[in-house]
Design a protein around this ligand. Structure first.
Ligand SMILES: Nc1ncnc2c1ncn2[C@@H]1O[C@H](COP(=O)(O)OP(=O)(O)O)[C@@H](O)[C@H]1O
Ligand SMILES: [Mg+2]
Length: 391
């Protein structure tokens, strides 16, 4: 494995022993637990980033499977050109990501910051993501026990990020494709801290909206307000997906069932939440627990962030150590309802869509307790961008 001295090597010269990067005056030795890989090593590991080794494509770039020099298998994430930040900003965030270590978080092995390249190297997870397995096509059968374990594991990882690690980390992109599974179906959250690796003048909200609008808390999507409670919202959506075995939005279903949150709320009001539970379980489920999990999902997705419980409370409720108080529970907040309301207006010719965009822009604010950082990049989302991609 290449050590950090790589960074300071001039082309063609052998490694030097300095531990400073003069151009940005960063003391690399401060960044512990991070391996610095050469571009060459990662190129070899992925067979020149060959399409055959590509395992995914997300909003931040492409992911390749590769074998590192030391023999370990890694997921190598090549950040896209637009995402490239300066070395200093990049390494500052890497330092934060590398400092966290938890059994329910994907391990960052290291990175490559050679020239314009910004590449992250993670531990490879055998069983892919929940999006591809539970919600996609795979032969894995998820028993209730496995699902329960996944929900609790993800909650644990989030409690750690939100409440234990200092400074706290808001994930900002909790969704089924960011929950990876190891050989034993133990869940590991990936991509924490990644939102902050993105150049502040890039509106990555558009990529969010492209695939994952259904996980976005309304205050985040509309007013760019990022707090730990926006992660709680996304977790609530994920929880309901795991219980029901279906994605949050499915346009192939009858209209009244297309949105998981609407369906869950309707069933809750009728006192029929057990109907939400995945039919694939074929009754082999602790139904009381599954209904309780669904109610927790509803608590997490309430419109008002203040009403949503903190992750540590969610974890206690999932584990049956705290009662689920559904008194005064309010309807889930959903951005697509907002979108549809405007759409109706548009149909009636009463509203100019572009004018509406001004409603949706605004200065970002962050939870005071969040890690200090940018909340600037998402303010340019327009109604049009939500609308176009929600189809
Ligand atoms: N550490 C990993 N181990 C195995 N597969 C991974 C890993 N990281 C990412 N992937 C795969 O690559 C895909 C793309 O990842 P990513 O770029 O994070 O986009 P997204 O999370 O939006 O799907 C993931 O959905 C997953 O299938
Ligand atoms: Mg991801």
């Amino acid at each position: 494995m290449t050590c950090c001295s790589y960074l300071f090597r001039k082309k063609g010269s052998s490694s030097s022993s300095t531990t400073r990067l003069p151009a940005v005056d960063i003391d690399i030795s401060e960044i512990q637990n991070v391996n610095f890989y050469s571009y060459k090593e990662l190129r070899i590991a992925t067979e020149a980033f060959s399409p055959a080794n590509k395992i995914g494509q997300g909003g931040f770039g492409s992911v390749y499977k590769g074998r590192l020099k030391n023999g370990s298998v890694a997921a190598i994430k090549v950040l896209s050109a637009e995402s490239r930040q300066g070395v200093r900003e990049f390494l500052t965030e890497i330092k934060v990501i590398a400092s966290v270590d938890h059994e329910n978080l994907v391990k960052l092995y290291g990175c490559c910051v050679e020239e314009n390249h910004r590449i992250l190297v993670y531990g490879y997870l055998e069983n892919n993501s929940l999006a591809q397995t539970l919600l996609g096509h795979s032969s894995i059968q998820f028993s209730w026990h496995a699902r329960r374990n996944i929900c609790i594991g993800v909650a644990r990882g989030l409690v750690y990020l939100h409440e234990e690690v200092r400074p706290h980390i808001i994930h900002r992109d909790i969704k089924a494709s960011n929950v990876l599974l190891d050989t034993y179906l133990q869940p590991k959250i990936s991509d924490f801290g990644l939102a902050k690796l993105i150049s502040p003048n890039l509106t990555h909200i558009t990529t969010h909206v492209a695939g994952t609008a259904g996980y976005l808390a309304p205050e985040y999507a509309i007013r760019n307000r990022v707090t730990r409670k926006s992660d709680v919202y996304s977790f609530g959506v994920l929880l309901l997906e795991i219980v029901s075995g279906r994605p949050n939005t499915n346009r192939r279903l009858p209209v009244q069932e297309q949105y998981l949150l609407t369906r869950t709320w309707n069933l809750y009001e009728k006192g029929e939440l057990e109907r939400l539970v995945d039919a694939f379980l074929d009754g082999d489920v602790n139904i009381e627990e599954a209904v309780r999990f669904s109610k927790i999902g509803l608590l997490c997705t309430q419109d008002s962030p203040q009403l949503r419980p903190a992750m540590s409370t969610v974890l206690k409720m999932l584990m049956g150590k705290k009662e689920v108080n559904e008194e005064n529970m309010t309807k889930p907040g959903m951005i697509f309802e907002f979108v549809e309301a405007i759409d109706e207006e548009k149909q009636k010719g009463k509203a100019e869509v572009e004018n509406t965009s001004s409603l949706l822009t605004g200065s970002g604010k962050q939870d005071d307790s969040s890690s200090s950082g940018i909340a600037t990049s998402f303010a340019t989302m327009t109604f049009t961008s939500i609308y176009d991609r929600s189809n």
